[in-house]
Design a protein around this ligand. Sequence first.
Ligand code: 13P
Length: 252
Amino acid sequence: MRRKLVAGNWKMHGAFAQNAMLLDALRSGTASISNVDCAVCVPFPYLFQAQQKLSGSAVRWGAQDVHQMDKGAYTGEVSAAMLRDFGCSYVIVGHSERRAYYAESSHLVAEKFLAAQQAGIIPVLCVGETLEQREKGITEDIVAEQLDALIQLGGVQALRNAVVAYEPVWAIGTGKTATAAQAQAVHKFIRQRVASHDGQIATGLCILYGGSVKANNAAELFAMPDIDGGLIGGASLVADEFLAICRAGVRT
Ligand code: 13P
């Protein structure tokens, strides 16, 4: 059975003093949670703080983006090797906010994914459709294009030690969670698409759901057969809420 993963995405939130309290609470709160992997993906400037606060605890940490090249004249960018220097276990690639606001293509996202993996960091590949795309009935086409770009560039084996996060854009930060059945249908589609290349990799693949996951809906989502945990935005900034979501992973 696949182990559940609950990962927080702080997005562009945080402040040094406030983070310290949140990270301390996660450190102590997760000590009693077993069988669920917990992680937080923080803004770059707080990686050192996350490393200081979380080293030796059950909580792992990561970043929200990475550059595709390993070094060079790319002002303002951060490489996977740099993330490794700060002990990152995970990095999110292709979040819908980056695809929408920074015009990241599925090919670029695939390059970032592979750069992270080569540096020993587990990439979290975000996929998902907009409301307009869902209403047009092309959800599967959109998710397939986002997934296939990676499989074309890196081969299906790139998904052996990786995470895919299904995040319907219309559910992000809106309070409008996908129903467990809606999410499960897309998760199943993702797993089947990977299985068409390699059944074993598909069976082992961790597929997270993200989009308005809260303590009061996490258990129902996590109980679905193809939902292996969550990628949590707003609720990851509130220690009690995030810990409750982590605990929901234990019960399912
Ligand atoms: P919310 O949980 O705030 O909807 O955000 C989801 C998300 O985008 C996580 O990456």
